[in-house]
Design a protein around this ligand. Structure first.
Ligand code: AP5
Length: 240
């Protein structure tokens, strides 16, 4: 049986939603929720972490440089990320809107993004300011989610051995593929990622709060509830 949120997500709307930014600590559920939001509004989910991991897997120059930082749980330097994001946002599939999952995560990235949106090319495309959805989850819960996370290498579906286990252990329900654990989901790397979040990304909540764009959601509830609150934040009264 489908959950309430899944069936809502299945009903696509034609509303042009504009830019949506998902903020939150590693493991807060950004990827899980961004996927459902993307399906509902028919817009792309742009995960900087995923694009970087693809570059690492393909052995590109960007991937080689980024890997050094990602393996340690550190953020990749801003100048490596900017070109990658600008290029992706210029794609035609971003006209109706897009979800940024994992970007921005430093103050310079947030300021750079605001400048990009003010650029003639983007301003002509969309006059909607971004909705910033911040998923708030406590430290211990984040640790459990990250150590229990598995994903399907074929379809990208995210599971959790504690909270959202597959029907057959370590196997994707839809693809039948063997699930994989992300390299940076080892405990020593997780603690560095959480440190980087506290020091470099958390200040962004104040940045967006000051401009009235921040919408906070308790991410420590059933995924379906989080999804419904995210839809509501996106659709109602969060535009300045
Ligand atoms: P990235 O891939 O962005 O990782 P992250 O921010 O650390 O976030 P995660 O993907 O770990 O977590 P999530 O919030 O998406 O949670 P998920 O939905 O999977 O970045 C990786 C690395 O790339 C960074 O460390 C950095 O080096 C680099 N990078 C990326 N972007 C960058 C940038 N802009 N600048 C510089 N460097 C950058 O959920 C987690 C688990 O919890 C899953 O198992 C899920 O099933 C479960 N779960 C989800 N929701 C719930 C719920 N409500 N209840 C119970 N379980 C839940």
């Amino acid at each position: 049986m489908k959950t309430q949120a899944t069936s809502v997500a299945d009903t696509q709307t034609t509303t042009a939603v504009g830019p949506i930014i998902f903020l939150g600590a590693p493991g807060a559920g950004k990827g899980t929720q961004a996927k459902l939001v993307a399906e509902r509004y028919g817009i792309p989910q742009i995960s900087t972490g995923e694009i970087l991991r693809q570059n690492v897997a393909r052995g590109t120059e960007l991937g080689k440089k980024a890997k050094v930082f990602m393996d340690k749980g550190e953020l990749v330097p801003d100048d490596l990320v900017f070109g990658m994001v600008a290029e992706r946002l210029r794609n035609a599939d971003c006209v109706k809107g897009f979800i940024l999952d994992g970007f921005p995560r430093t103050l310079p990235q947030a300021e750079w993004l605001d400048a990009l949106f003010a650029d003639k090319f983007f301003a002509n495309r969309c006059d909607k300011p971004p909705v910033v959805v911040n998923l708030v989850v406590g430290y211990n819960q984040l640790l459990r989610r990250l150590t229990g996370r598995r994903s399907c290498p074929s379809c990208g579906r995210i599971y959790n051995v504690y909270y959202q286990p597959p029907r057959v252990p370590e196997t994707c329900d839809t693809e039948g593929s063997r699930l994989v654990t992300r390299k940076d989901d080892q405990e020593s790397v997780i603690s560095e990622r959480l440190k980087a979040y506290e020091q470099q990304t958390l200040p962004l909540t104040d940045y967006y709060r000051r401009t009235g764009r921040l919408r906070e959601i308790n991410g420590d509830q059933e995924p379906e509830k989080v999804t419904l609150e995210a839809f509501s934040a996106i659709e109602h009264g969060n535009r300045v």
